[in-house]
Design a protein around this ligand. Structure first.
Ligand SMILES: Nc1ncnc2c1ncn2[C@@H]1O[C@H](COP(=O)(O)OP(=O)(O)O)[C@@H](O)[C@H]1O
Ligand SMILES: [Mg+2]
Length: 359
């Protein structure tokens, strides 16, 4: 897929704007982008068969990804959590619930290019007959709700009517896939819930996800998904360096969810700056190998010069032999992309354990 998209981009850049062939190439590009968006969405759907629905406290899950939310937001945006203190539990897959929160939050951020405020609010809600009449599709009963509000540009009635349609987007090509809300809607429906769109009080939009409340009591601290059975939540800080946004945010999510402090950088120079400016210690450098500008190896060398004890894990989409040609010596800790959460966590744990003595 990357090949199709890259080659079509090269072609499109080479062909004159007026050339009728340009239109065909742009169609290839568009189809490729849709296919690649669909593939990643399908992957997230297939992953959910592995991770199954469990009884969760919504507040707990929101708190778990709070720092990720705050990092995703630009400085001009305020993120506020308004969590109802005694929330009923709900039964849903944790990864899917995180995906709902992230998709809605990212949309809220996109709607506020000039800055503003996002409020993530939870509540226990009893849906009665009056509410059912007002919101067709919602059934009566006990729910927990997740409302994500923004102070952004709001939605036209046409956009509201089509918002949950797969591939419906008003964003420019490359910026939107049109799959965020259809995914949120699909997950909510599957959990027996619903999603409602409201206009904000003065401006902006509020998305409210209704999830059925369950009566079973929730386990306060859900165990991490972890093969080794080590339930200790780590607090080590990991610097993640990866130029591809999608990969970086997935790695961030996997590690944050496990309890690690994560700082991210999109390039070698940015990582060095972060390394210098970060107030606490950085316990591990997890870096991509092949990046434009400065390679992962070069970055690691510079970090080690300043701080020889810092362990490094390289991640690369290339097999180990090719990575070796990039200057990474054989035998160094290395993980090949694509990897699963479990593989990554196990690598990180190995390194951290063996390095603990040196701090
Ligand atoms: N918070 C929001 N404020 C304004 N418009 C929104 C908001 N969330 C979604 N939308 C509209 O709904 C469309 C579909 O959203 P989504 O399915 O997440 O796809 P994408 O974000 O990729 O465009 C967006 O393109 C946008 O027009
Ligand atoms: Mg979206």
């Amino acid at each position: 897929m990357a090949v199709i998209l890259n080659c079509a981009t090269f072609l499109s850049e080479d062909i004159d704007r007026a050339d009728p062939k340009r239109k065909d190439v742009d169609e290839i590009l568009k189809a490729g982008e849709r296919a690649s968006a669909l593939t990643s969405q399908l992957l997230s759907f297939s992953r959910r068969e592995i991770v199954k629905a469990e009884i969760l406290d919504l507040n707990h899950v929101i708190s778990g990804i709070k720092s990720l939310l705050q990092r995703t937001a630009r400085e001009s945006i305020e993120v506020e959590l308004d969590l109802f203190p005694v929330l009923n539990p709900t039964k849903i897959d944790r990864g899917q619930l995180e995906q709902i929160i992230m998709n809605l939050s990212v949309n809220a951020l996109d709607a506020m290019p000039e800055g503003g405020r996002v409020v993530v609010k939870t509540a226990n809600v009893a849906v009665d007959e009056a509410a059912v009449r007002r919101y067709p599709g919602l059934r009566s009963g006990e729910y927990v709700t997740l409302a994500v509000s923004d102070t952004g540009r709001g939605m036209s009635s046409e956009a509201r009517a089509r918002a949950f349609e797969p591939f419906f987007t008003t964003k420019p090509r490359g910026a939107g896939t049109g799959l965020g809300l259809s995914t949120v809607y699909g997950i909510a429906q599957q959990a027996g819930g619903h999603v409602i769109i409201d206009n904000g009080a003065d401006a902006g939009t509020t998305f409210t996800v209704y999830l059925p409340a369950t009566s079973v009591r929730v386990e306060q601290t859900p165990l991490p998904v972890d093969a080794s059975g080590d339930e200790r939540r780590s607090r080590e800080t990991i610097l993640v360096v990866e130029d591809e946004d999608g990969v970086r945010s997935v790695v961030d999510r996997i590690l944050s969810r496990e309890g690690y402090e994560v700082v991210t950088a999109a390039s070698g120079p940015e990582a060095l700056e972060t390394f210098v400016r970060h107030s606490g210690p950085i316990h591990l450098l997890l870096t991509d190998v092949v990046m434009p500008g400065m390679s992962g190896k070069e970055l690691a060398d510079r970090v080690k010069k300043a701080n020889p004890e810092t362990p490094v894990i390289y991640m690369s989409g290339y097999p180990e032999q090719i990575t070796t040609q990039e200057g990474v010596e054989a035998g160094q800790t290395y993980i090949q992309k694509p990897f699963t959460a479990r593989e990554l966590l196990s690598k990180v744990r190995d390194v951290n354990l063996s390095a603990t003595g040196s701090f």
